[in-house]
Write a protein that binds this ligand. Structure first.
Ligand SMILES: N[C@@H](CCC(=O)N[C@@H](CS)C(=O)NCC(=O)O)C(=O)O
Length: 289
């Protein structure tokens, strides 16, 4: 999934080829790839004053990409501070972001299209981070790629405006996905793994009955799902970033080897399921997918 985000951004970068046994990178020009990633990195300047732009902190000799924690970690919950309500929450995404993809996928699977509207930013992230599309953009196709439609956000040009709009002193990165509460004017969450979990059941009273039966975190598999998430997140989802943003050969090699080892592990698991269904646990799609 993350390969799509990083690697498909340029036709010059390697294509991933899946075989039943292993994943191989054919024609991988690492130097070219690293130069590209370095350029993306330089273009991803965010932050208000300090350079919180560097994926690898200056002075960190390890050259390893270390992801910061998402800072908005509230939950939409029945009876809680953020009640589930149709039209109340707005989801900001980028079609170029796989963390955002999973929120869109779950939104669709759970039939939340009329409950949670969304906006996708322009795909090209530049020095101020993600920006909203304008009327003049001719190169940003796709549904809901538009200006920020939230009332009170008139004049917002970038996702950073949403963050600074709720916290003038915000010091983190201006990431998508970001779930915004239009009623309280607050960011509920900018952590995709938690946004999807809110979508699983919290809005169930508002959706058609057939969507209530979509159980992406079935009780009987919860423990196994958490276990699988642990290494899939560290080695694959985030592993792509660790590979792409590494600034030393050592960090790069370690991340890439871990990544491909884990992709093999996925292949092996799915091969072992053959005949039992196409998904991680067989017949039913779950969070692991
Ligand atoms: N842990 C976050 C990560 C989100 C994330 O890193 N999004 C990237 C796009 S793929 C982003 O918006 N980056 C902008 C930046 O870091 O400046 C999540 O899963 O929601």
């Amino acid at each position: 999934m993350l390969f799509t985000c990083i690697l498909s951004s340029t036709s010059q970068l390697p294509k991933i080829q899946s075989t039943t046994r292993s994943w191989t990178l054919k024609g991988f020009n690492k130097d070219l790839a690293l130069r590209y990633y370095a350029k993306v990195n330089a273009n991803m300047a965010t932050g208000k004053t300090e350079k919180i732009t560097n994926w690898v902190a200056p002075g960190d000799k390890s050259g390893e990409f270390k992801r910061g924690q998402s800072q908005f970690r509230n939950f939409v919950r029945r009876g809680g501070e953020f009640e589930p309500e149709g039209g109340r929450y707005h989801l900001f995404v980028s079609y170029a972001c796989p963390w955002a993809h999973r929120t869109l996928i779950v939104r669709q699977l759970k039939g939340l299209q009329d409950i949670i509207p969304y906006t996708s930013v322009h795909w090209h992230m530049q020095e101020k981070g993600w920006r909203f599309a304008t009327e003049g953009d001719r190169d940003a196709p796709g549904e809901f790629v538009r200006g920020d439609p939230v009332e009170g956000h008139e004049g917002y040009t970038h996702i950073r405006d949403v963050y600074f709009g709720v916290d003038k002193e915000y010091q983190g990165r201006f990431t998508v996905p970001c779930l915004f509460d239009t009623k309280k004017g607050r960011i509920v969450s900018n952590e995709s793994s938690e946004i999807i979990r809110m979508f699983y059941e919290e809005f169930d009273d508002l959706i058609e009955p057939k969507y209530r039966d979509v159980k992406l975190l079935p009780k009987e598999f919860e423990g196994e799902i958490d276990k699988a998430n642990e290494w899939i997140y560290n080695d694959i989802n985030n592993g792509v970033y660790k590979s792409g943003f590494a600034t030393t050969e050592e960090a790069y090699t370690k991340a890439v080897q871990t990544l491909f080892g884990s992709l093999d592990r996925v292949e092996k698991h799915l091969e072992g399921m053959s005949g039992k269904g196409s998904y991680w646990f067989g017949e039913e799609i779950t969070e692991v997918e």
